[in-house]
Each structure stands twice: as C-alpha cells, then as structure tokens.
Ligand binder design. Structure first.
Ligand SMILES: *Cc1c(COP(=O)(O)O)cnc(C)c1O
Length: 418
C-alpha cells in the first residue's frame, strides 16, 4: 500500500479565528443564530467559545437523541472512517444492508430508501406516492393532501406540501395538485380525500407547527379514508420518530400503520442520514433509475444510523424515555402553575414537549429562549407562541432538575424588572 502524503499546511488548518460576527460577513442570511457559538459538547452539556457551559434541551432540534458525542456512536464512526467512507450507488455496502434489515425488522416496512435529510426522505415519499398512483390508477390520481401548519422540509415540493404560506411566498410557481386541511379535523379530511388523491401526509406529532400530537381518532380516520380511496398514508416521523415519543416510531403508539414512513433527524444522531420506509408492493412502483441520490446510505452514514438504532430500539431504553418524560412533564406543569402570566399549558408526547404561552405573553417565545440562554439553558421555539423542549433521550433525573432550575431562574429574570 502506498503511503498518502500529509498536507504541508497542516499546522495552519482551522487556525483562523471566527466569531458570530463572521456569520454576517460570509453566510447567506437564511438564519439568525444566537450570539453564542458552540464549540464542544458531551451528552447534554455544551460549551461556547468563552467556555461557558449550557444544558442543551434542544438536541440540535431533535437530532442528537443519544446526546452529543455518544461514545458508542463515536466509536462506530471512527472504526468505519478507517475502513470505507463512500462508494456510490454502483455498489452496495455492508452497513447499508444491515441498516435496512434492522429498520425493516423493527417496523411495518419491507423496503428502505436512504438519503441525507428529512426533506429528501419526504421528497422520495411524495414522488413514490405519485408514481405508485400513476402506475396503478392513471395520471388523474395525483393530489397530495397535507395539514395546515405542517412542516415537511424546504425543497420546493416539500415546502409547498407543508402548509405554511410564509415559507412559499416568493417561490412561485409552486408544484400543483396539493391541498391543505386543518390538523386533527376529521370532517375536513373526509371532504378533501377524494378519488384524485394519491397520498395523505401527516406528522403524528406536529413539531414546527407547535408541538401538537394527532388525536388517535384522527389518524385512524385518515387510515380509513385512504383505504377507501386507494390513497397512500404517509407518516412524517422526521422529528417525532426514533424514540422521541417513547416508542421507536410514533405510529406504534397509535396503532395505525402508514404505507410510507420517513425518518431523519435522530436517525444519525448528528450524522446526516434519512430513510424512507415502505412495503414491498409500494416500493415496486420505483425501478432502476426512478430515483436516487449520491450519498444516500453511504457506509459512514449507515454505520452511524445502525449503531443509533441498536441503542434506541430496546425496551429498557424506551421505558426510560417514558419515565424521563413523565418526570419532566410533571415539573413543567409546576412551572406553568407558578408562572401563569407566562404559560398556559404543557403539551406534546414523550420528550417532545411544548410550553404554550399565556395570552398576555403571546408572540414572545424568543424572549424566553434568550433569557434561558443567559442562565445557561438551551431551549427552542415552535412558532412565536410555544417554547419547545427536545432534550436528548438520555437525559438524567438530575439534568431534568437542573433544566427546571435554570428555566425558573430565566423566568424570574423576565418577570422581575432588572
Ligand atoms: C425537520 C423536519 C423536516 C425536514 O428535515 P430536514 O432534514 O431539515 O430536511 C421534515 N419534517 C419534519 C416533521 C421535520 O421536523
């Protein structure tokens, strides 16, 4: 084997100092990041450039479900990094086959397609649904029904299906044959799911839309309407899947089986990877060349996801998620009771939780995020009226107590004029 020469500029690699200010000078302005720049993290602890410690209850938006730098995942990634990174889809690889086998054994699905992000997994699901209906029923069956205030990603197709007009304005012309219905409204769904519908897509727990769980009767009704009309039911579990609700996938807690399920975010614990899962007969609507992506299920990504899945998909791990969720919800309800001028209620599922703002505090979720950050606590918003908590699923009882203490300190600072 020939030795690979090391670069001669090694000493200066990554040496240029950068700060939050640099963002405005070099980045397309699609985000407004915090002033704090994270540099290092372990578990739920995170440190910024100044060495200040934060308790992270965001998990990078439901991504680092096992916490930052989980040792078993790091080890799997390191071992694979020395072995094989990437080969392209002219070849398959061992980790991707093992991952597909594990995911299909763990779910309703018989077939998997891998890609790199939630949007791409949904894009694949929508294309598959269109192709399936086109092949089986003809081109008239192309309408996709989704929910108002849903979120399915930012490609033009997925963002058009997500029912938030503020994200599509200025990007017209948009893809056609899409309808939006109010979430959890059975009668509206019944009226919208007609014979021209090829698929209905829903988040079992809406994330970006405000941390809203679907009613069990709603998902059951969607299943029924889809079956009656020959439409496919797609569950977008990009945010609520992979243990977040206390089940491996949220559908398992509803007893409603989708035809297609998408997973991303926590699937790779921070390594970009996503999956679309479906049945053998639906998958058969795709053939060689129908769809694809360069990185999808490359050996690095598949190795990480397989390790994550092995850790999350055990009864003991999921039981602990439920136990931690119960403890956290109890304490959050205490916070809501003690700060009625700020919060009205806690809602969500498992460790996917939203604290809904009181009427007098509407629109001010960002103020709370800022106040929390000052106390060394990282939390999220879900729209202007909801503070969202998505802690790593491995959160300890002590970390729950610490998070609540920092949250209370932040709220005290907000209600007491300084
Ligand atoms: C985050 C999210 C997506 C988009 O995933 P990306 O990886 O950002 O493309 C899609 N659906 C849901 C429910 C999400 O929460």
């Amino acid at each position: 084997m020939n030795a690979i020469p090391r670069p001669d500029n090694e000493a200066s690699f990554h040496a240029d100092p950068v700060s939050r200010q640099t963002f405005n000078e070099v980045m397309v302005p699609t985000y407004a990041p915090s002033d704090m720049v994270p540099v290092r993290a372990q578990g739920l602890d995170l440190w910024d450039q100044q060495g200040k410690q934060y308790l992270d209850l965001t998990a990078g938006i439901a991504v680092t479900g096992l916490g930052h730098s989980h040792p078993a995942v790091v080890e799997a990634l390191r071992a694979q990094a020395d072995k094989l990174w990437h080969v392209g889809n002219g070849y398959t690889n061992e980790p991707v086959l093992q991952l597909a086998r594990a995911l299909t054994e763990a779910t309703f699905a018989d077939r998997a397609f891998f890609c790199n992000s939630g949007a791409e997994a949904n894009e694949a699901a929508f294309k598959l649904a269109r192709k399936y209906a086109h092949t089986k029923f003809g081109p008239h069956k192309s309408r996709i029904v989704s929910c108002v205030n849903s979120f399915h990603g930012r490609t033009l197709f997925t963002v058009s299906i997500g029912g938030q007009p503020k994200y599509t304005e200025g990007f017209e012309p948009l893809p056609e044959q899409l309808s939006h219905v109010p979430f959890n409204d059975i009668e509206a769904a019944r009226a919208a799911i007609d014979d021209d519908v090829c698929a209905v897509v829903v988040e079992p727990v809406q994330g970006e839309g405000g941390v809203l769980p679907a009613d069990p009767a709603y998902l059951k009704a969607l299943r029924e309407f889809c079956d009656a009309r020959g439409a496919l039911l797609i569950f977008d579990e990009v945010q609520c899947g992979m243990g977040r609700t206390g089940k491996l996938f949220a559908y398992m807690g509803y007893d409603v089986t989708p035809d297609i399920l998408t997973s991303a975010k926590a699937l790779g614990n921070g390594y970009p990877v996503a999956a679309m899962l479906t049945t053998e007969s639906i998958a058969a609507a795709f053939s060689v060349g129908s769809h694809g992506t360069t990185y999808g299920g490359n050996p690095l990504a598949a190795t990480v996801a397989l390790r994550v899945l092995q850790i999350v998909n055990t009864p003991a791990f999921l039981a602990r998620v439920n136990q931690a969720a119960e403890l956290l919800v109890g304490k959050l309800n205490g916070v809501v009771r003690d700060y009625p001028q700020i919060f009205s209620l806690v809602r969500g599922s498992g460790l996917m939780l939203g604290m809904v703002l009181a009427d007098s505090y509407r629109g001010k979720a960002k103020d709370i995020i800022k106040a929390a950050e000052a106390q060394g606590l990282m939390v999220l918003i879900a729209g202007p009226d909801v503070v969202r908590l998505l802690p790593a699923l491995v959160i300890s009882d002590a970390q729950i107590d610490e998070g609540i203490a920092r949250m209370r300190a932040a709220l005290d600072a907000l209600v007491t004029p300084q």
